[in-house]
Every structure is written in structure tokens, then in C-alpha cells.
Unconditional design. Structure first.
Length: 162
């Protein structure tokens, strides 16, 4: 196989990563100004002991100020049937928590998407500026499972079921 090498600018970076399939998650938070949320594909597990995860969010994202100010958040892993939910939380300028989004609050106050395949309540331990984004590191404090459907994946600009 022969690969062609180019300088890596933002357009090339996006083009290369469009070829990398990623699981889809939605992060929800309430820093005291009402619920906010965003779709992410940058989710990664960091450690099992202690249980840590990380994800990134653009510094220009409307949800960033909420994550900057919150002590906790909920990371939702989406299943194969959740493409609409992923699209809702990836869309700017709408009320992401309006119907048909099904959500409630955990006893600790965070917004939780009741249809997600699984969720993880995290305590935000670190926020690191990284280029035009922020890397969030969270310690998993609680988890819930709803179903065993296959995952929702994002590849080449489109949602796919596995």
C-alpha cells in the first residue's frame, strides 16, 4: 500500500479522521443555568482503577461554558437506534431537551437521557486547553445500563449501526 503524505492543516486533519470510526456519546450537564448537552465522538476510557474517562469539546461550543463551570456531568453511550438523538445534540441553536428528547434528572441533579444505552455520571477532575478545544477528564461515580443494542458509530460524516 502506498500512502501520499501532505502537510497537516485543519482540513487534512478532518479528512483523515473521517476515516476513523468512533462511538457516539452525548454529554449532558447543568451548571445552574438549565440543562445543556453536546454530541461527542472523542470519548475514551483512561483508567479502570480509578475509573476515568476523557472527551474533548471545542472552545467555541455552546456547551463549553456549562462544562467549564460544572462539577459533574453525565456521559451517555448511544445505541444503534439513537442517530436522531445524536443529531439533536449535534445541532446548534435548538432546544436539545425539547420533545422528542426523553430526559429526567438523577437524584444528584444532572440531566440524564432516559433512552441512552448506558450512562456514566462523572465528577469533572481536569479541564485542559488543547488547541481550539478543551480536554475534559472525569472520574466515573455512577453508571447505568438500559439495553444491549449494538453501538451507534460515526464514520465519514454519517451515523452507522453496528
Amino acid at each position: 500500500m502506498t500512502a501520499v503524505a501532505w502537510q497537516v492543516d485543519a482540513a487534512r486533519f478532518r479528512q483523515v479522521f473521517r476515516r476513523h470510526a468512533a462511538g457516539v456519546a452525548v454529554v449532558t450537564v447543568d451548571a445552574g443555568h438549565g440543562p445543556a448537552g453536546v454530541t461527542v465522538t472523542s470519548l475514551a476510557s483512561l483508567s479502570a482503577e480509578p475509573p476515568l474517562l476523557c472527551f474533548s469539546i471545542a472552545a467555541t461550543a455552546s456547551t463549553w461554558p456549562h462544562l467549564r463551570d460544572a462539577g459533574t456531568a453525565v456521559v451517555h453511550l448511544l445505541g444503534a437506534g439513537h442517530a436522531g438523538l445524536a443529531q439533536t445534540f449535534a445541532t446548534s441553536g435548538i432546544d436539545r431537551f425539547a420533545a422528542p428528547t426523553n430526559w429526567d434528572r438523577l437524584p444528584t441533579g444532572e440531566p440524564v437521557l432516559t433512552d441512552a444505552a448506558a450512562w456514566l455520571r462523572i465528577a469533572i477532575e481536569h479541564r485542559h486547553p488543547a488547541g481550539g478545544s478543551h480536554l475534559i477528564v472525569g472520574r466515573i461515580e455512577e453508571a447505568g445500563l438500559n439495553d444491549s443494542a449494538g453501538p451507534l458509530l460515526y464514520h465519514d460524516g454519517t451515523y452507522h449501526a453496528l
